[in-house]
Design a protein around this ligand. Structure first.
Ligand SMILES: *Cc1c(COP(=O)(O)O)cnc(C)c1O
Length: 424
């Protein structure tokens, strides 16, 4: 059976028109990387571009490089992100972290919709998003309440649950477009329409979808969004995040952080605050030039490949991976914790096993000379297998599943500790 699966993977790799893009990245030998949904690989061009920036623009140009190279960098980067998420360049701000951008937008939305007191999210959301909302209620919006929609199966949430929860008291809905654990993907246009019927605003967190699935913020009538660039966009550890506000909403929203980069004329050094009229009213301080420059190559590769081709390969790969899991891993005690309908999921597959943590450790640190396989682990027992269609091959998927099968059937995981590392 395994030989047939390898044969099939070989044929799929042969036919894969995105295969050449793998060479745009640094690929460690003897290592299979299935964590592009947490930290994307390093594009080779990024090495060259950041070296040049550090050695020449910073080293030699110093302060002059602000005018020569850097001052337009945030807007240039924003325009590229806009193309990837189906928005206009003047609707995207790049900078800060996803968490902080969510704070700014959620504050602004609640401030605008003061008369309504209900906030909605779900229990599949990324914890930082819920913490931000809890903090806003605790510190600023004390009469507000947070309604958490509970997934029935830990994998999906139904539209019906939303219809029941969104009402005329709802000020704001905050959801991850693709949820981090199960990879369930919301129908963005549908939720936006439901919320708008009740005059509620929606903020989408695109961190697990941007660069992996088609997003059209304008067409789906999205109000606001945030997202990160270090996952499928390969922008590097801690790369600046972005936020989106649709054009006609921008002037109505007020950032909670008044600072000089959101001021109409920062270099007039006026002592009175006057926010910019544009999306830049959500800026705070000096842009992180080194990290901004490091995002560029990843964005260029994504734009060149085209999100539709990326999605097509990603869907083919998650389908293939599910087939492998069903054949080899379900019989030995795994269950699949992602939607089986390809249209309802993003680009990673979660599998569960009571020994999930030790199995993931055995994958990362083999002691029998096997290939290193890097997934990640999410408590209590999820192993996430992230597929980045820009660089993952079909053969890597067979290798990985065969390896997991071996770790379990040979009980290799038993020689690993259950003690958790800081970052998992
Ligand atoms: C990765 C991720 C984040 C990360 O937030 P940071 O502030 O950049 O650390 C936030 N939300 C979601 C849904 C994520 O997947």
């Amino acid at each position: 059976m395994i030989n047939e699966l390898y044969q099939k993977a070989f044929e799929l790799d042969q036919k894969d028109e995105l295969a050449p893009f793998r060479e745009e990245f640094v690929n460690e030998p003897h290592t299979i990387y299935l964590d592009g949904n947490s930290l994307g690989k390093l594009p080779k061009k990024t090495i060259e571009q950041t070296n040049n920036l550090v050695a020449n623009q910073w080293g030699k140009g110093l302060i002059r490089s602000w005018n020569d190279h850097w001052i337009d960098l945030p807007q240039k980067t924003a325009a590229k992100i806009a193309e990837i998420v189906g928005a206009q360049p003047d609707e995207i701000f790049v900078g800060d972290s996803t968490s902080l951008n969510l704070y700014k937008l959620a504050f602004a939305a609640l401030h605008l919709n003061q008369q309504k007191k209900k906030i909605i999210s779900d229990n599949l959301n990324f914890p930082t998003d819920l913490y931000i909302l809890q903090g806003l209620i605790h510190q600023q919006f004390k009469d507000h309440s947070l309604s958490i929609i509970e997934s029935q199966n830990g994998i999906t949430v139904s539209e019906k649950q939303f219809e029941e929860t969104i009402d005329n008291h709802t000020a704001l809905v905050v959801l991850s477009h693709v949820v981090f654990k199960s990879a369930f993907m919301y129908d963005m246009a549908q939720i936006n329409a439901l919320a708008h019927q009740k005059d509620a605003l929606v903020i989408w967190d695109l961190s697990h979808s941007v660069g992996a699935v088609p997003i059209n913020l304008n067409e789906s009538e999205a109000d606001m969004a945030v997202g990160c660039t270090y996952k499928y966009l390969n922008g590097g550890p801690g790369a600046p995040a972005f936020l989106y506000v649709r054009r006609d909403l921008q002037k109505q929203l007020q950032s909670p952080v008044w600072a000089w980069f959101s001021h109409q004329a920062p270099f007039d050094f006026s002592l009175d605050y006057q926010p910019k009229d544009s999306i830049q009213r959500f800026a705070v301080g000096t842009p992180s030039v080194l990290s901004l420059a490091a995002i560029e190559a990843g964005l260029d590769i994504t734009i060149e490949t085209g999100i539709d081709r990326l999605r097509a390969k990603s869907q083919q790969q998650t389908e293939f991976l599910i087939e492998l899991i069903q054949q080899l891993l379900v019989p030995i005690g795994f269950s699949i914790a992602s939607p089986l309908d390809v249209n309802q999921r993003g680009s990673h597959i979660s599998i569960r096993h009571p020994e999930g943590y030790r199995i993931s450790q055995a994958m990362i640190k083999p002691n029998d000379g096997s290939k290193i396989i890097i997934p990640d682990f999410r408590p209590p027992d999820n192993i996430r297998l992230g597929i980045a269609p820009l660089y993952n091959t079909f053969t890597e998927l067979v290798d990985s599943v065969e390896r997991i099968w071996k770790i379990v059937t040979e009980e290799q995981f038993k020689s690993y500790s259950n003690e958790r590392t800081v970052v998992t």
